[in-house]
Design a protein around this ligand. Structure first.
Ligand SMILES: CC(C)(COP(=O)(O)OP(=O)(O)OC[C@H]1O[C@@H](n2cnc3c(N)ncnc32)[C@H](O)[C@@H]1OP(=O)(O)O)[C@@H](O)C(=O)NCCC(=O)NCCS
Length: 135
């Protein structure tokens, strides 16, 4: 059962401007250590940051909260699996909101897909509730 969907598209140059203008303050407010390490390991780190920014907004929409009501940027983290597939790890108020949305007998899977083609970066998030024994 699908219990949430969210999408976001962002102009990569907007993120670039925030990094140029606010530097460390912006990066540290929005991205986790793991996300920063991933971005800095890539040739065009700004594209990696922009896709993660879009993922956070898409997930905040799927949760129905936006980046408000105690939900903060770093509580929604993109973690790549070994082969490169992105996943979302939720903590704090974002994880609590996910719990609230989840019917008591089910578990949730949060799916995310990312893409970019300069100047655009885009993310889609689907939150699925499934029988516990299927996870
Ligand atoms: C929900 C949120 C992510 C929307 O993002 P946005 O970039 O402002 O706007 P977008 O154009 O991507 O999306 C707008 C659409 O999101 C949807 N939306 C708005 N609030 C939503 C919510 N709580 N849950 C799900 N979807 C929501 C609406 O459909 C809206 O379009 P509509 O008003 O025409 O119906 C935004 O409210 C938010 O939390 N942004 C973070 C704000 C912030 O802190 N910015 C500082 C940058 S460091």
């Amino acid at each position: 059962m699908i219990i949430g969907i969210g999408s976001d598209i962002i102009d990569i140059r907007r993120i670039e401007r925030s990094v140029d203008r606010f530097g460390e303050r912006f990066l540290n407010r929005v991205f986790t250590e793991g996300e920063r390490a991933k971005a800095e390991s890539r040739r065009r780190s700004i594209d990696t940051y922009a896709k993660r920014f879009a993922a956070k907004e898409a997930c905040a929409k799927a949760l129905g909260t936006g980046i408000y009501r105690g939900v903060t940027w770093k509580q929604i983290e993109v973690v790549n699996l070994q082969g490169g597939k992105p996943t979302l790890r939720l903590t704090g108020a974002a994880a609590e909101r996910l719990e609230e949305l989840t019917p008591s007998t089910l578990n949730t899977l949060v799916h995310v897909t990312l893409t970019d083609d300069h100047p655009w970066a885009q993310a889609f998030v689907v939150i699925e509730a499934v029988e516990r024994h299927l996870i």
